[in-house]
Design a binder for this molecule. Structure first.
Ligand code: GSH
Length: 338
């Protein structure tokens, strides 16, 4: 009898009630004393360990921001490097508390896959890289090409759409690990390397002769990349969402890691709410009212983590473009804290 009940419960939990099994992520995280964050295996500017083993990148900084929000300590986070193929199972199974790994928000992932996207950390689109010596100037000249790509990604789906809709033939050369893909392309096993354009800029740094390659002008998809949680834990979803929104709002309000203490004295009500000087906004998500102050002080606002990791002054050299704030020519926009 007992066994049958346990089996039935197991079946219910498997059938979609990730909810019951995984609510209470904040409590779990507090109990263990750190956040387990799923990241890429080695994508410069996004998530990669430096030569001392410290994880660096905009996706990593977002994990640190969450740790600052929860613990007032950006170091209370551990990183799990995950391939594209592994990432969603790792999140659903509870191996990681959050995924911050150049992951595209799509309908199927947001629904059927049992996940919730907390917002967009980097607006991207898919592009193509070829050797300059190929003499190609447009993706429309790639009929018959061998294309190197990653398995378990939107990339391989988009490339299929693109070639089919232009009635062009292609051959896929796919690997699970990004480093394997780049190696294959670098060794000339394929004519084209395709991934998110930020990924092209990042992985180019790993190539033997980065200058010998060129990114073609076509952007063939929308790749809104952002942090992901599993279905069934609204409080944790809110924390991840509002940590991101706080960072974007801080940039909009001119609050930075450098001036945040000064800004606590601001008479601007939006800044007072952001920094916990007025209102109970931290309490609303189960945190202390200075949660966003800690995020900004200890990690920075959105513009700071962008510039530090992927911006024009970094080896990736990515202009803000779509990722500029909505009132500065981009589409980065966060709902208000009120
Ligand atoms: N944004 C796409 C692609 C993500 C992806 O995994 N891209 C590869 C190529 S840039 C990657 O992240 N590799 C880095 C790694 O696995 O360390 C998706 O969500 O499916």
């Amino acid at each position: 009898m007992k066994k049958m009940f346990a089996m039935a419960l197991g079946a219910v939990m498997m059938a979609g009630a990730v909810s019951a099994a995984n609510a209470g992520t904040l409590d779990d995280v507090k109990k263990k004393g750190f956040i387990q964050c799923g990241v890429s295996q080695g994508l410069p500017g996004f998530s990669m360990p430096d030569d001392k083993g410290n994880w660096k990148g905009i996706d990593v900084d977002f994990c640190r921001a969450l740790a600052a929000a929860v613990f007032a300590d950006p170091n209370k986070v551990k990183f799990t490097p995950l391939s594209a193929k592994q990432r969603f199972n790792a999140l659903r199974s509870g191996e990681v508390d959050v995924l911050s790994r150049n992951t595209t928000w799509t309908m199927q992932r947001d629904t059927e896959q049992g996940l919730n996207f907390a917002g967009v950390l980097y607006y991207d689109g898919q592009g193509f890289m070829v050797r300059k010596s190929m003499g190609v100037t447009s993706a429309l000249q790639l009929n018959g090409a061998a294309v190197c790509t990653n398995t378990g990604t939107t990339t391989e789906l988009n490339v299929a759409d693109f070639f089919r809709s232009h009635k062009m033939k292609y051959e896929v050369v796919a690997f699970e690990k990004a480093d394997e893909v780049v190696k294959a392309y670098d060794e000339g096993r394929c004519d084209v390397y395709t991934t998110d354009r930020s990924g092209l800029a990042a992985m180019r740094l790993k190539m033997k002769n980065p200058d010998e390659h060129v990114v073609l002008p076509e952007i063939i998809s929308k790749e809104p990349l952002g942090p992901v949680v599993r279905h069934g834990d609204d409080q944790w979803f809110d924390i991840v969402k509002w940590t991101l929104f706080a960072m974007v709002n801080a940039e909009e309000l001119g609050v930075t890691s450098k001036n945040v203490d000064e800004m606590k004295k601001s008479t601007n009500p939006a800044i007072k709410r952001l920094l916990g000087v007025e209102g109970d906004f931290g309490k609303m998500i189960g945190l202390s009212n200075d949660w966003a102050y800690n995020v900004i002080k200890l990690v920075g606002n959105y513009g700071e983590i962008y510039d530090r990791n992927v911006g024009p002054k970094t080896p990736l050299g990515l202009a803000r473009g779509l990722n500029a704030l909505w009132n500065k020519g981009g589409i980065m926009y966060a709902p208000p804290i009120r």
